[in-house]
Design a protein around this ligand. Structure first.
Ligand code: URP
Ligand code: ZN
Ligand code: ZN
Length: 479
């Protein structure tokens, strides 16, 4: 079955044109005007609408086992909700327990993800170190198409990576042509502050942001950046939430270092007053790390996106319902960390980015899709409307409007951090793998129709870096 998107304006990160799009066999076959298409092609009328690459969310956690519970959104419900919002691919995380072989964890996550109804890929976390981790990283890059390794600098006593792990893993990532990525918060500092706050009787969610001050993020971002600089590995910092971390990224990029930064839709919109809500349930629903910040940080993040210092947007979609959050009723450190958003990211970014003039439509495509595809080496297969690319497309109605609510969203969670916000600009149709999967409020998804996307290593760039490293190698002084 072929699809013909007629009458819309195609928006890519590098330009826009009035063009029709013809899709066959899961691929974009032609983009242009007056296309010669088979008479039986299903027509999607896109007059007055934009035809854009489907969103790629580089940071989700479907059915993540975390903090004594499991995230409620699985790979099927989560990718379905994503499609309803115009996102056609997620990059999720394999997170091995310390001492668990990386390959074992990777196979478990691959099994869980088989039910996904959009395309997906995996970053793999390095949570411990020995020779087997070194070997498994090689297998993951060479055989499984993993080109990014995640390091949690927070969550002490669980999955935190100390400097020794960071050094070993960053060094191995460079050798393999993979990207190092970090959750940048000083986990020791967070742990000490948590104990101090609990000891003074601060047990509620209002203590959560106090235990994770902006400086703890700035310090960790700086440490990861400096380690990456010494080692020569490219670095991607997930969920940058503070001006402190952003300033470190700006400094490093100004010095020519390959450092990338991701902003979450939630961090761009929501401030830390939510943690002072009188109801425990409401305040706890916003508990995620790094926490929502005071308003000056949101202003800084928007400027970071506008200036290109932050290149991608994500959601860190990680769903815990009220009964799960209740585990921390008497101790905020036990509230499972995580909030949702995979369905809402594009509308939030369009409304508050394009709708306010902060972003052009092309920049919107860059920060929601194309830049992620480029940074994680799947461009131009993904992230662009072009003949030969995967037919992952959103038809975007800039005039359509809705008020976001947990009562109507498709996400499998009982709360929405954007509750009551009205957004203008919605997906009218979402095409995934060449098939129409969402149309004006209705999902037409099929369990397991998504495919695992391999992401090749960045060999040419890394060879160049290795040459620089060799050129800079010191020679011992002969005495
Ligand atoms: O609070 C969060 N972000 N939960 C998911 C794990 C992580 O840190 O990304
Ligand atoms: Zn994180
Ligand atoms: Zn995360």
């Amino acid at each position: 079955m072929s699809l013909f998107i007629r009458g819309g304006t195609v928006i890519n990160a590098d330009g826009s044109e009035r063009a029709d799009v013809y899709i066959e066999g899961g691929l974009i076959k032609a983009v242009g005007q007056d296309l010669d298409v088979p008479s039986d092609a299903e027509v999607i009328d896109a007059h007055g609408q934009y035809v854009m690459p489907g969103g790629i969310d580089p940071h989700t956690h479907m059915q993540l086992p975390f903090m004594g519970t499991v995230a409620t959104e699985d790979f099927f419900t989560g990718t379905a909700a994503a499609l309803a919002g115009g996102t056609t691919m997620i990059i999720d995380f394999v997170i091995p327990n310390p001492q668990q072989p990386l390959m074992e964890a990777y196979q478990i996550w691959r099994g869980w993800a088989e039910k996904a109804c959009s395309d997906y890929s995996f970053h793999v976390a390095v949570t411990w170190w020995d020779d087997s981790v070194n070997v498994d990283m090689g297998r993951l890059v060479r055989d499984e198409g993993v080109n990014s390794f995640k390091h949690f600098m927070a969550y002490k006593g669980a999955i935190m990576a100390d400097d020794e792990i960071l050094y070993n893993s960053f060094t191995r990532a460079l050798e393999l042509g993979a990207m190092a990525t970090v959750h940048a918060e000083n986990g020791e500092m967070v742990f000490q502050l948590q104990q101090k706050l609990l000891a003074t009787g601060m047990t509620g969610p209002e203590a959560h942001p106090l235990s994770r001050p902006p400086a703890a993020e700035g310090e960790a971002a700086n440490r990861a950046i400096r380690l990456a600089e010494i080692i020569g590995v490219p670095l991607y910092i997930v969920h940058v939430s503070t001006k402190d971390a952003l300033d470190e990224i700006i400094r490093a990029r100004g010095n020519g270092q390959r450092v990338f930064g991701e902003a979450l839709a939630g961090h761009l919109l929501i401030d830390d007053s939510v943690y002072r809500h009188p109801d425990f349930e409401t305040a706890a629903a916003y508990v995620m790390s790094p926490p929502f910040r005071s308003k000056e940080h949101q202003t800084a993040l928007w400027k970071g996106l506008q200036s290109g210092s932050l290149q991608t947007t994500a959601t860190d979609h990680c769903c815990f319902c009220a009964d799960q959050k209740a585990a921390g009723r008497d101790d905020f450190t036990l509230i499972p960390n995580g909030t949702a958003g995979v369905e809402d990211r594009l509308s939030i970014l369009w409304t508050h980015g394009v709708g306010t003039g902060k972003l052009t439509r092309e920049e919107f495509v860059a920060v929601t899709s194309a830049n992620t595809a480029k940074i994680f080496n799947i461009y131009p297969r993904k992230g662009v409307i072009r003949a030969g690319a995967d037919a992952d497309i959103v038809v975007w109605d800039p005039a359509a409007s809705k008020t976001i609510s947990a009562k109507t969203h498709k996400q499998n969670i009982d709360f929405n951090i954007f509750e009551g916000m009205t957004v203008t600009g919605l997906a009218s149709h979402t095409i995934s793998g060449g098939k129409l999967r969402y149309k004006e409020g209705e999902l037409m998804v099929e369990k397991g129709s998504g495919s695992y996307v391999k992401r090749p290593a960045f060999q040419p760039m890394f060879n160049a870096l290795e040459k620089i490293a060799v050129a800079n190698k010191p020679t011992p002084v002969k005495r």
